[in-house]
Design a protein. Structure first.
Length: 407
C-alpha cells in the first residue's frame, strides 16, 4: 500500500491558481451568455482612461479620452505614443513608471515651475521599488491640451496577473480646470479683500488720530477743571480705539483672532500706561480657544480695555482713600488686588466675566451712572446683541453676553 504524502506549498499554490482560473472562466461565460461586451462597458465610461501593457504599448483608449485628447483610439492603439496627448516631446507618462516599477523617478519628471502642481504617491501593495507602492495620483497643468491648456487630476494603478506580477497599468484622468480657476479666483479675491481691509483699517486709524488731535487741541482753550475732565473722558475711548485697531490688525488671520492672546497683551499695555508693576496685582486670564473675527473682536476688545482701565482706576482710587484715612504715606501703586477675566463659549452666545476685588468703589458707580465710559460700554454691548449685568457684593463683577457680528 502506497503511503499518502502531505500536500506541498507548491500544490497549494497550484490549487489557488486553478480556483482563480475557474472563477475567471465562469465570469467569461456569464458575460458571453448575457451578450454584453466588456470592452463596450468600459468604452462608455465617462472617465477618460487608457491602458498599456508591460511593453508600454497602448491596448485600450476609451471614448471619453478620445474626447478629452482629440485623438481617436485607432490612431494610437498598438503604439507607445501616449505621451503625445500631454507633451511636445517623447517622455514617459505615469503609467510607464508603474509598469517599470520606478515610482521614485516621478517627481524628477513632473516637477514644474508652477507651484500649484502637486504629486501625491499612495503606497499600496508591492512593487519593484522598495519604498513605493503600485499606484499614485497627481494634479498638474498641461499647456498643450486645448488653446489655454488644462489642469488634470490623474491616477495610475498597476494591473497584475494572478501571480501578482505587474503586466500593465491603467491611467485615468479628470479635467479639474474649472475647479483650479475657481480656487485661483478665490485666492485673488481674498488677497484683494485683505489689501482693501488694510486700507480701510489705516483710514479708520488715521481718522481716529485726527479726532484725538482735535480734542487735544481744543483742550487748550478749556479753563475750568470740570470741562477738562469731560474732554479727557472723550479722549480716552478714542485713544483706546486707536490702540485696539493697531493691535488687532497685526493678526495674520483676521477671521480667526486668538482673543486670549490679544487680551493678555492688552492688559500688559494697560499696566504700562498706568505705570503699574504687573507683579503687584494678581491677574487671572481664562480665555482659551476663543477665536473671533475682526468685526467682533474690535468692540469686544474696546469693552475689555475699558473695564480693565476702570478696574485699575478704581484700585488706585481705593488705595489713595485708604492711605488718606490711615494717615500713612504708602505708594498707591503697590497694590495686592485681584483681577480676573474669562470668556466661555456657550454655543449660541459668549459669556464674558470681568472681576476685581476692589473693596471701595466710587460713589454712584453702576451701569446707569452718568459717565461716558459706561455709556460707551452699553452702546458696544448693544452692537454685539448682548446683555450686561453688574454685581458688587464681594468686589465688582461684570457679566456680559455677546454674539458674533454677522455682516
Amino acid at each position: 500500500m502506497k503511503k499518502m504524502l502531505a500536500p506541498t506549498n507548491g500544490s497549494d499554490h497550484g490549487d489557488e491558481l486553478r480556483r482563480e482560473n475557474a472563477k475567471r472562466e465562469q465570469l467569461e461565460e456569464l458575460l458571453e451568455e448575457s451578450g454584453i461586451d466588456l470592452n463596450e462597458i468600459m468604452g462608455v465610461s465617462p472617465v477618460p482612461q487608457f491602458v498599456i501593457n508591460k511593453d508600454h504599448n497602448v491596448i485600450y483608449w476609451n471614448r471619453a479620452l478620445e474626447k478629452l485628447s482629440k485623438i481617436k483610439a485607432d490612431q494610437i492603439l498598438g503604439t507607445n505614443k501616449q505621451w503625445k496627448v500631454f507633451y511636445d516631446n517623447e517622455r514617459p507618462c505615469m503609467a510607464d513608471f508603474i509598469v517599470d516599477g520606478h515610482l521614485e523617478e516621478i517627481p524628477k519628471w513632473y516637477t514644474t515651475k508652477n507651484n500649484r502642481s502637486k504629486f501625491m504617491l499612495r503606497y499600496h501593495g508591492k512593487s519593484e521599488s522598495e519604498t513605493l507602492g503600485d499606484s499614485c495620483e497627481a494634479v498638474a497643468f498641461f499647456p498643450l491640451m486645448s488653446d489655454k491648456g488644462k489642469w488634470l487630476h490623474f491616477t495610475v494603478d498597476a494591473i497584475k496577473n494572478p501571480k501578482g506580477n505587474v503586466i500593465g497599468a491603467v491611467e485615468t484622468f479628470e479635467d479639474v480646470t474649472k475647479q483650479i480657476h475657481l480656487q485661483e479666483e478665490f485666492v485673488k479675491t481674498t488677497e484683494e479683500k485683505e489689501v482693501l481691509l488694510k486700507k480701510i483699517q489705516h483710514r479708520v486709524k488715521s481718522d481716529l488720530q485726527t479726532i484725538d488731535s482735535m480734542i487735544h487741541y481744543q483742550s487748550y482753550y478749556i479753563t475750568d477743571d470740570e470741562s477738562m475732565e469731560r474732554f479727557k473722558e472723550i479722549q480716552n475711548p478714542v485713544k483706546s480705539m486707536i490702540q485696539i485697531h493697531r493691535k488687532l490688525y497685526q493678526s495674520k488671520d483676521l477671521a480667526n483672532i486668538d482673543f486670549g492672546v490679544f487680551i493678555r497683551s492688552l492688559i500688559l499695555d494697560r499696566f504700562r500706561a498706568y505705570e503699574i508693576d504687573k507683579n503687584t496685582i494678581q491677574v487671572d486670564i481664562d480665555i482659551n480657544n476663543i477665536l473671533l473675527d475682526i468685526n467682533t473682536a474690535i468692540p469686544c476688545g474696546i469693552i475689555a480695555n475699558e473695564l480693565v482701565s476702570d478696574s485699575i482706576k478704581r484700585s488706585l482710587l481705593t488705595a489713595k482713600l485708604e492711605e488718606s484715612k490711615e494717615g500713612k504715606h504708602k505708594n498707591p501703586y503697590k497694590m495686592k488686588d485681584e483681577f480676573a477675566m474669562k470668556i466661555t463659549d456657550k454655543g449660541e452666545f459668549y459669556l464674558m466675566t470681568v472681576y476685581d476685588n476692589v473693596k471701595v468703589s466710587p460713589e454712584n458707580f453702576g451701569l446707569q451712572n452718568n459717565t461716558l465710559d459706561m455709556w460707551f460700554i452699553n452702546k458696544l454691548i448693544t452692537q454685539l446683541r448682548g446683555t450686561v449685568n453688574l454685581e458688587q457684593e464681594n468686589g465688582t463683577l461684570f457679566k456680559i453676553t455677546f454674539k458674533k457680528i454677522k455682516i
